[in-house]
Structures are given as C-alpha cells and as structure tokens.
Design a binder for this molecule. Structure first.
Ligand code: ADP
Ligand code: MG
Length: 187
C-alpha cells in the first residue's frame, strides 16, 4: 500500500507527476476538490476555489479516504489532510523562473502569478508540508530539467529507499537578487 500526497507551487507539475505515479503504483489519483466540493466556493476575482468550512473539509476527506487502499493525492491544500492518511508527502520544486513561464500560460491575475512564484522562491509549500506531516514524512524533489517520467522514477526510487529528503534546493541562494526584488515590488 502506498498513500502519497504530491504538493508544490502551482505549475510545478503535481498533476502530471501524480498521473505518472498512479501508473507506477497502479493506484488511483484522488481529486480532493471533488471530495470537498460541498464546502468549496468559487472566487471569481482570485479565480480560485476557497474552502468555506475547513473542519467539514477535513472530515469529508477523512470519511472518503479512511480505510481506502493506495492512492495518490495531488493538492496544494495539504493542511486539510490528516497526517494518519498519508505515508509520504512529495514536495515538487521547480526553478521559479520556470514556474513563472508556466503560470504566464494560465489566464491568471498577475498578482496571483507573482505571489505563487515568490512562494516557490521561499519554499512555502515545503514549509507547510513539514508543518503538516513532520520532517520524517517529507520528500522534496527538484524537478528542474527533468521530464515527468524522470521525476516519477526518482520518486519511486526515493520511496524504495524510504528516507525523508529535505533541502535539495535553495532558490534564494541560486537566483539573481534582481529577479526576486522586481517580483516583490509588484506585490
Ligand atoms: P500543477 O498540477 O502543479 O499545477 P501541471 O502538472 O498542471 O502542474 O503542469 C503544469 C504545466 O507544466 C503543464 O503544461 C505540464 O504539461 C507541464 N509540465 C509538468 N511537468 C513537467 C515536467 N517535468 N517537465 C516539463 N513540463 C512539465
Ligand atoms: Mg494541477
């Protein structure tokens, strides 16, 4: 049995990699948004679904997944998932300049794109993953210049080794300061 959640900044490749992992483990990809649809409300301005009742959302997820076999969840909303439902939290990372390129292809408000690129710069999804699941359940993966199949293979290998991995990238250290400053000014 393998119960995974794949998370990371929008655009890093969660959905694509989750599908690859689903093939590798012959496990279904679970759509959390489908499970918590009763407590989601569309925000037209932010062009995003907001959770209107987190307690209920958590309960719906627990009811749906508790006792199920293997699954791959693809979500940014890992705070809604009980720790007991997950064996490993995979945090995908991607060079923020490429996150930017990918998000520019989405018809999103500029501020939403900038916010998410900066979230990748500072590693917010990784920090959230550590908060929610603990350092011993997190595997961080740098997907930069790897295709989805390579990323999935890498994850399968890491899961076989079975040890947590944190600290594979430091975008604050590797990126040009101007790139970060210019984005920050847009907020
Ligand atoms: P997310 O679910 O994290 O928002 P997606 O899986 O939708 O990300 O991927 C965003 C875009 O990037 C898609 O166009 C997808 O085809 C592309 N993509 C995803 N993973 C990779 C990869 N490893 N290499 C190149 N392009 C990728
Ligand atoms: Mg996705």
């Amino acid at each position: 049995m393998v119960r995974l959640v794949v998370t990371g900044t929008p655009g890093v490749g969660k959905t694509t990699v989750a599908i690859e992992l689903s093939k590798a483990y012959d496990a279904p990809v679970v759509d959390i948004n489908e499970i918590i649809r009763p407590v989601l409300k569309w925000d037209p301005e932010l062009q995003t679904s907001l959770v209107i009742d987190e307690v209920k959302a958590r309960e719906l997820i627990r009811e749906d997944l508790g006792g199920a076999g293997s699954y791959i969840i693809d979500t940014v909303a890992i705070n809604l998932i009980d720790k007991s439902l997950i064996d490993w939290c995979i945090v995908l990372r991607l060079d923020p300049r490429q996150v930017m390129d990918r998000l520019l292809k989405r018809n999103w408000p500029r501020c939403k794109i900038v916010e998410n690129v900066l979230a990748e710069v500072v590693g917010s999804p990784l920090n959230l993953a550590i908060d929610v699941f603990g350092r011993d359940r997190v595997i961080e993966v740098d997907t930069t210049n790897k295709d989805a199949h390579e990323v999935a293979n890498h994850i399968v290998n890491q899961l076989t080794v079975g040890v947590p991995v944190i600290g594979v990238v430091d975008w604050l250290d590797t990126l040009d300061t101007d790139f970060i400053l210019n984005l920050s000014r847009e907020l």
